[in-house]
Design a protein around this ligand. Sequence first.
Ligand code: 13P
Length: 251
Amino acid sequence: MRKKIVAGNWKMNTTVPEGVELAKAVVEKSAQLPENVGLIVAPPFTHLASVASVLKGSKVQLSAQNCADHEKGAYTGEVSVSMLASVGCQWTILGHSERRQYYGETDEKLVEKVKLALAGGLGVILCVGENLDQREAGKHFDVVTDQIKNVLYNFTADDMKKIIVAYEPVWAIGTGKTATAEQAEEIHACIRKVLADKFGAQAADDTTILYGGSCKPSNAKELFAQKDIDGGLIGGAALKADDFIQIALSY
Ligand code: 13P
């Protein structure tokens, strides 16, 4: 049985004290959640150590938003997988569209990052998704299929046990425009099929596939009711503990 997960990507928001307060509120409210729903928060790098102490002993897991594409050395400004693991991170988000768009993150670079993350004991939340032009041109299935193949086909069914896929249509991120449950489900089903083609039906069936893009308490229930949608990667609504938990309670 694959896990249901609701993950909060805080992006470049909150100061450390604000982040600690947010994490405390999430932990407190997480007690209401059923056993089968996992929670992950992904604060900025600067917050990780402090948030890790808040999360200790709770059901909320810790993720980074990115990691370096080298193990260590002269890479000014970068943060390595072993640094993340040393502060208690269990996950890292990789390939978020904002990193692909603004920081030149390519599928090739992502292969290296996923390799390093897995080797360093981190789980990976790999983001994929088409932009508006690609959707309007009817290329969304091809774009997402290529992203999955370019990155994940370099790994094994065993590696997939540590990998979550997040489908985030770029046109739905921070825009208030959510993909309809049908639009999201058809891409999720396509992703699961592409995974099955390489790793087999069982591995594909066990992979958690999250939806992200203007997911909020008012639309989470309908999205999460879809067969292949196993939770959400939440941006804006993850900055309010009540909304974030409300979304997680939508199961
Ligand atoms: P929003 O929920 O703010 O649209 O962001 C989604 C996202 O990018 C999560 O990674």
